[in-house]
Design a protein around this ligand. Structure first.
Ligand code: KG4
Ligand code: ZN
Length: 344
């Protein structure tokens, strides 16, 4: 019988952890051992591109196909076998229920078979803790703007790595705003990277879009989406080729609007908390304007700005393995009756 309170067999500083991530459309497995990431394998699902967004049913089926080969490859790339693993860390939520269930149930089964403990990891917390995996690491307390396709939050990481949410979106996420704007501009999904690229040749001040006024450190992006839609509908009525002719300026203006909005809230958080260690994380942290704006904001406030390596910004299991290490060290184990959650 599996003992979920099983003690770790080795000295904590030499833990070898298998991380598993399957919250959305990427199946990922990673090995964290002796204080570093030894492998990080991500199987992305191209199938959703044709649908202009993630199709939950397809995502869970693809996870079923990919999970075992992904874990096997992570072990192989690290030069390890399952018998070397001390514990498994797995995303419990938030995410798509069908997707989460694949990784979570797989983890429980593997933990029983290997007779090792497993820990539940919060996907958003893991995105934030990705700053502490390796490289230039912030000191605590730390202020992080987390921006992805599913989440937009400003959080404070306390001295004991606990995370307090200071503000969050009340509707769409920042990545969703990029993707939905891209869809209106007939760009492929996910549109963030393409908007970033096309914006480089565009005039960011040419078109003005409204960003809604919401409380304190919260965000709202649904009004921006409507503002872009109405603007485009009006212009296209006068000139059917308006989008085609103005693609670069539209991308630059939309990107500028989203990034300025995000930065204005982060600046507010700096002023309110007095914290001078600041960072960005999540898939949208790949955005070139957001990255340079973070540097500018840090310089303005005499603060230090941090961005994790690109592969630790998009969905990945390395961040899950690392966040799992923190929980394993605290002996905060999962149990076989734990369930996944779709929202926080
Ligand atoms: O964190 P992530 O890989 O997956 C989620 O958990 O959602 O984030 C994906 C999001 C997508 O919305 C994508 O359009 C956006 O990140 N993204 C970008 C860029 N690269 C990815 N948005 C703006 N500029 C980019 N360069
Ligand atoms: Zn994510």
């Amino acid at each position: 019988m599996y003992k979920h309170t099983l003690e770790l067999p080795k000295n904590n500083s030499h833990l070898t952890i298998l991380g598993i991530e399957s919250s959305c459309d990427d199946t990922s497995a990673s090995i964290y051992s002796d204080g570093k990431i030894c492998s990080n394998v991500v199987a992305s699902q191209k199938i959703h591109e044709d649908f202009g967004g993630v199709v939950p049913e397809w995502a869970s089926r693809k996870h079923q196909q990919n999970i075992l080969p992904t874990v096997q490859m992570a072990l192989k790339n690290a030069g390890l076998a399952m018998s070397d693993i001390d514990g498994i860390a797995c995303t419990q939520g938030p995410g798509l229920m069908g997707s989460l269930l694949v990784g979570h149930s797989f983890t429980k089964g593997l933990a029983i078979a290997a007779d090792i403990p497993y820990v539940n990891v919060d996907h958003i917390d893991a995105h934030v803790l990705a700053h502490f995996i390796d490289g230039d690491i912030p000191s605590l307390p730390f202020l992080c703007l987390l921006v992805s396709g599913g989440h937009t939050q400003i959080v404070k990481v306390n001295e004991d790595y606990t995370i307090k949410i200071l503000g969050k979106t009340i509707d769409d996420a920042a990545g969703e705003a990029f993707d939905k704007a891209g869809k209106m501009l007939n760009l492929p999904y996910p549109s963030g990277p393409m908007i970033d690229k096309l914006a480089k040749e565009g005039d960011a001040k040419r078109f003005k879009f409204n960003t809604p006024k919401v409380g304190a450190l919260d965000f709202s992006f649904s009004g921006l989406k409507t503002s872009i839609l109405y603007f485009l509908q009006k212009e296209v009525r006068n000139d059917a080729d308006f989008i085609l002719k103005n693609k670069n300026d539209l991308c630059a203006s939309i990107q500028y609007t989203i990034v300025s909005y995000l930065m204005s809230k982060l600046e507010k958080a700096i002023l309110e908390t007095g914290i001078s260690q600041i960072g960005i994380g999540g898939g949208v942290a790949a955005n070139s304007l957001l990255r340079s704006s973070l540097e500018g904001l840090a310089a303005k406030h005499n603060a230090a700005g941090y961005i994790p390596k690109f592969e630790y910004c998009t969905d990945n299991a390395a961040m899950i393995a690392f966040a799992g290490k923190v929980k394993l060290e605290q002996h905060n184990y999962g149990t076989l009756t734990d369930v996944c959650f779709t929202r926080k």
